[in-house]
Design a protein around this ligand. Sequence first.
Ligand SMILES: [Fe+2]
Length: 326
Amino acid sequence: MNFDIIRCGRAVLHVTDLDRSRAFYEALGFIETESDEENLFLRGLEEHNHHSLWLKKRSEPVTEVISYKVRTDADLDELESFYKKQGQDVKWMEVGSQKALGRSLRVMDVASMPVEYYAEMETVERLLQRYDLYKGAKVQRIDHFNCMVSNVEQAHNYYIDELGFACSEYTAGEEEKIWAAWLHRKPSVHDVAFMNGPGPRLHHVGFWLKDPMSLIDGCDVLASMGYGPNIERGPGRHGLSNAFFLYLRDPDGHRIELYNGDYLTSDPDFKPIRWDLNDPMRQTFWGHEAPDSWFEEASEVLDVHSGKKQSLEEPLLKKRKPNFVI
Ligand SMILES: [Fe+2]
């Protein structure tokens, strides 16, 4: 392949009430880079790019696109050729059509997720050492997307063989078929995970925190502000990825993960770690069960070409969740 995808870069989510969203995300410790009547651009303290989360005011909550940063502008042309050779339509978003972003290329990926590639985003002040601005969970940077899709094995193979991702960990389900996969370009556990379920849907966007205590601080601040019901799952430790995690539902139901504790995956001889779907330590190392909502609910996504919601396909593997009971 003649292109170089660097990392997951940003998510564009539609929300119904920007003020309500602003209050929630500011409580978590996001930094507001810029906003107007219809848009709110947020970033983490460590981030030097304009935003990693763009919330757009619209009539219903949905995922518009998930975006990956590529190394150079020329990589976008290479990606266009690559997708066209595969017989797929692409959509160029020209310079000026999106705040703070150079031109970008949007496609529907192999799992029918709306995906975007860009090389350039405006840089802004990096606030890592502005400790005076730290609050809530002190969100540092975007880490990954998690997508619920109908055919995980197909997405796993395509992202590795065609797009150059590597697998850090995976879950095997029925007949050794891949039920979930964690894939990376940057040297962490993942930039994107795919999970078996009715899809395509965005399950969550993961943001990295500096330490587990920041996650606990986030819980305390959210609860004290009346956001206790928005805490869906955790805090806990995933067996898979070793992540110390917390799952939150934002005011529109979009799921955000606060995340810390994964590890280096840059070595070429690193071998993917296999987990059995029914291993209770896989999903929660300490053994407690996830709520059903975590397996069943996710954000619907838009088609990048039609702008309409993608219809859902039933998953290839029947099992929607692990079958152990604790
Ligand atoms: Fe995650």
